[in-house]
Ligand binder design. Structure first.
Ligand code: 5GP
Length: 125
């Protein structure tokens, strides 16, 4: 059963990404600032697979307000910065947000997948 928005926020610190943000478990970070952290996915599906995670504990895209839009936009800039740092910005890369159960979201803390280093098919699986 999915949690309600308030319950989800209260327990947000219990997700694996909350622990990574707080440094309680290790991660291979490629970028960090006041608003976000980016680290390598533990099960990469591309030669470079980096997760961009906001420090604010959004559960998903649905868990945000217009006042928080600047933070959401910043995550896209971080995704581009990750692509530059990983060396495939010019070749092309893919940014994915799995939002909710049908899309395959497993971790209830909003995150962007930044994928690069190979060609990607369309439509996605
Ligand atoms: P989702 O399916 O929710 O869109 O993506 C969650 C991603 O988090 C998956 O690609 C999974 O491999 C990654 N992941 C899960 N646990 C950990 C972890 O402890 N460390 C790292 N670096 N990635 C994780």
């Amino acid at each position: 059963m999915r949690m309600g928005r308030v319950e989800a926020r209260v327990s947000q610190g219990e997700t694996i990404f909350g622990k990574i943000i707080r440094g309680e478990i290790p991660s291979d970070k490629v970028y960090e600032d006041d608003l976000a952290v980016a680290f390598r996915d533990i099960h990469p599906v591309a030669p470079s697979h980096v997760l961009v995670v906001p420090k604010h504990p959004f559960v998903s895209l649905l868990d945000s307000s217009p006042a928080e839009a600047a933070v959401l936009g910043h995550l896209l800039w971080v995704a581009a910065e990750v692509a530059r740092r990983e060396g495939y910005a010019e070749d092309g890369f893919r940014v994915v947000i799995n939002n909710g159960e049908s899309a395959g979201q497993e971790v209830e803390h909003l995150h962007l997948h930044v994928l690069g280093g190979r060609r990607f098919g369309w439509p996605p699986g």
